[in-house]
Design a protein around this ligand. Structure first.
Ligand code: FCB
Length: 455
């Protein structure tokens, strides 16, 4: 089997999506509190205020992770739980929660993989401009320092930010998630520039202050393209599709990753954004150096991809999926080759070890009369994707781990609780957890280091 001996098998969640208790024990509000109260913003008027009540039930949840046999668990820290006003006074009970969580994980033999920011920005700082304020990088560095000082004697694996593409585009342009803004391209570029500076500052803080030698990365998303065939022309077209900036929006890979890993904004992006009339953010002295701190790994979240063939002049052309092509409950297409070509192209361009920090399936799961939760589609989806990930490794991409999204059914942003991604079913009325068939299946994958995938 292609999976190397030390391949890391994990599961992932994020604070706002599972913790609930958003203003409990001194926590401050995040931008999702006012956002979820906006009429029509979230399916059914749902919010994360209760979610999976993980804040109180974490010990049981760690027990369930043990039952699945997870080797690693990716979670995020809620910034306003730790610093209610975003900067300044630290909320001891908020920090103590993460202490207990980390201790429980280590006690169960599960590596904690900590994301500093998974979208729950402190509301108190949003009123000061949020990511549009140049000080946001300092605010984030201060927060990172508090978390690092407290947890880095036990946490070694760090991710700075989750999917900036999503919160810049869907939060700052399309108003689909908090903070629910519709900003100009110019302002989106500014929010992005400050996000990248915040990322770099956090990397510096982690490296300077961690008590145990850290591994540092991020968890980004973007566009994944795979070739319609293995012909050189199609492969090159898919590579270009994935790495070129053609549209004047912030949904791409390279506007984020080139500055972070190569220290410069990509030329094509500069051209496209300028042509769209946006003046680019002022790059302060030293900004690019801050942004391009060395990373130990490239974390990427991949759910689906576009199929690309080489057009007449060799440029990328999208091949539409045939009618009836498999989809998840979200109507996202099921595209296993995304997990072969995505990591391959990213590894090729950025030369960093890759971790799949999220991949998973939204299904219409419920508890059956026999008490089980039967989710054959999630199993089949994951099997197909992991087989393709194995091919990426065989092809030479340095892929070191896979985190399934998600451990638990949870608050799926604008979709509220209507989309279930968990390996574990949650009855939101009673908080009862039930391991789905996929959780039992995943246990076998982990135990056999992927060998059961082809059986
Ligand atoms: C990703 C997010 C994660 C979850 C999955 C389904 O975009 O990082 O929080 O919502 O999608």
């Amino acid at each position: 089997m292609p999976f190397p001996e030390r391949f890391l098998w994990g599961g992932a969640t994020s604070s706002y999506q599972i913790e609930g208790n958003v203003e409990t024990d001194g926590a401050g509000p995040s931008i999702f509190e006012p956002f979820c109260r906006r009429p029509g913003a979230v399916f059914g008027g749902h919010s994360g205020s209760v979610a999976c009540d993980h804040y109180r039930r974490f010990a049981g949840d760690v027990g369930l992770m043990g039952q699945i046999g997870l080797r690693a668990y990716r979670f995020s820290v809620s910034w306003p739980r730790v610093i209610p006003g975003g900067v300044g006074r630290v909320n001891e009970s908020g920090l103590a929660f993460y202490d207990r969580l980390v201790d429980a994980l280590l006690g169960a033999g599960i590596q904690p993989w900590l994301t500093l920011y998974h979208w729950d920005f402190p509301q108190a700082l949003q009123t000061q401009g949020g990511w549009l304020n140049r000080d946001s990088a300092d605010w984030f560095a201060e927060y990172a320092g508090v978390v690092v000082d407290r947890l880095s004697d036990r946490v070694q694996h760090w991710m700075t930010i989750n999917e900036p593409q999503v919160y810049i585009k869907f939060g700052h342009a399309d108003a689909k998630i908090a903070p629910g803004l519709r900003l100009s391209l110019e302002e989106q570029l500014l929010a992005c520039h400050n996000t990248l500076r915040a990322h770099g500052r956090a990397v510096q803080v982690i490296r300077a202050r961690a008590k145990r030698s850290p591994t540092v990365g991020w968890a980004v998303v973007g566009r994944t393209d795979f070739p319609a065939s293995e012909s050189e022309a199609d492969v090159e077209a898919a590579r270009r599709g994935m790495m070129e900036i053609r549209e004047p929006d912030l949904w791409n890979n390279t506007w984020y990753a080139d500055p972070v890993i190569q220290g410069t904004y990509p030329e094509d992006g500069l051209r496209v954004y300028r042509a769209a009339g946006a003046s680019l953010p002022t790059v302060g002295a030293g900004d690019m150096e801050v942004i391009s701190q060395r990373l130990d790994f490239y974390g990427v979240n991949i759910y689906d991809g576009r199929c690309i063939r080489s057009g007449a002049d060799g440029s990328p052309e999208v091949v539409p999926f045939p009618s009836g092509h498999p989809q998840n409950a979200f109507r996202w297409f099921v595209t296993p080759p995304a997990l072969r070509w995505g990591p391959r192209f990213l590894h090729e361009r950025y030369q960093l070890p890759i971790y799949i920090t999220e991949n998973g399936f939204a299904g219409l799961d419920w508890v059956a009369t026999d008490g089980g939760v039967h989710d054959p589609q999630r199993i089949d989806y994951t099997r197909r994707y992991l087989l393709e990930l194995g091919r990426a490794i065989t092809d030479g991409a340095d892929v070191r781990g896979y985190f399934h999204w998600s451990l638990l059914d949870n608050f799926e942003w604008a979709e509220g609780y209507s989309q279930r991604f968990g390996l574990i079913h949650v009855d939101f009325a009673t908080q009862k957890r039930t391991l789905k068939d996929s959780a039992h299946w995943y246990r076998g994958v982990i135990e056999s280091n992927g060998r059961t995938l082809s059986s």
